[in-house]
Design a protein around this ligand. Structure first.
Ligand SMILES: [Zn+2]
Length: 249
């Protein structure tokens, strides 16, 4: 196993990290390899050295989150324009909208994961969230159908509703915390936010020997709804490690 070298030979796990994280990672990994450690041990050392041992929310991703949401929001509005003008049938509209939602949710979760593995458990979370979103969308589609058949179209309002589908906080935040903990949380940021995810909350996970502690943070620079403020006040959410990992003693 030859040593890693910045910038052309970086461990795969580090490929989306910052320069300093990559360098810290490589230095630690190479030290392990030099001492005769395995590749796996080297990768662990790399993750640890870059401060990535506990997967955490990184506010530097917030801008990319914003861009992904705006882009999707724009496309949802364009699809609406197309169906209202007759360029798309309702059926085509619905198919494309659902496909785009799926891609969007996956993109957001991958952003949260920052190069960490997308597992079957992550897929489960994604499917749960998509299922809910598809239910809302069914109502939206019915309203569009109704508007088209009655000829009474409040396009401004429909436009606004289509734009909201771009803002999905839960898939992004789900990627930033350990997947087992995601399943324990009663709700994630965005799930029940009155501001349709615009509170921009995030989670931080801390632990001691027995428990995980999940801290709910509201974004101080955003307007925060009462539901999100309550979640912040209720936090940390505490889960025993036995409970989280399903271990019996
Ligand atoms: Zn909120």
């Amino acid at each position: 196993m030859s040593p890693y070298r910045y910038p052309n030979y970086v461990p795969k796990v580090a490929k989306n990290w910052t320069v300093s994280e990559k360098k810290r990672c490589i230095r630690a990994a190479n030290a392990v390899l030099r001492d005769g450690g395995s590749e796996e041990e080297a990768i662990f050392a790399c993750i640890h050295a870059a401060g990535k041992g506990k997967k955490q929310y990184d506010e530097r991703d917030e801008q990319e989150y914003e861009e992904l949401c705006e882009e999707a929001s724009q496309e949802f509005q364009e699809l609406l324009v197309a169906v209202l003008s007759g360029a798309l049938s309702i059926r085509e509209f619905s198919e494309r909208f659902r496909d785009r939602l799926r891609i969007h949710f996956s993109d957001l979760m991958l952003l949260g994961l920052q190069g960490e593995e997308f597992t079957e458990r992550h897929r489960e979370i994604l499917e749960q969230r998509l299922e809910r979103e598809y239910e809302y969308f069914d109502g939206f589609e019915a309203d569009i159908r109704e508007a088209l058949s009655s000829g009474v179209i409040y396009s401004g309002r429909l436009q606004w509703r289509s734009s909201l589908y771009g803002y999905a906080r839960a898939p992004f935040i789900a990627g930033t915390i350990p997947v087992d903990i995601t399943f324990m949380m009663p709700y994630l940021p965005g799930d029940d936010c009155l501001g349709k995810s615009l509170c921009k909350c995030w989670l931080e996970v801390d632990e001691d020997e027995d428990n995980y502690y999940v801290y709910w943070n509201v974004n101080p620079s955003a307007e925060n709804c009462v539901v999100c403020l309550d979640h912040e006040a209720e936090s940390p959410y505490t889960f025993s490690k036995v409970e989280v990992h399903g271990l019996t003693t």
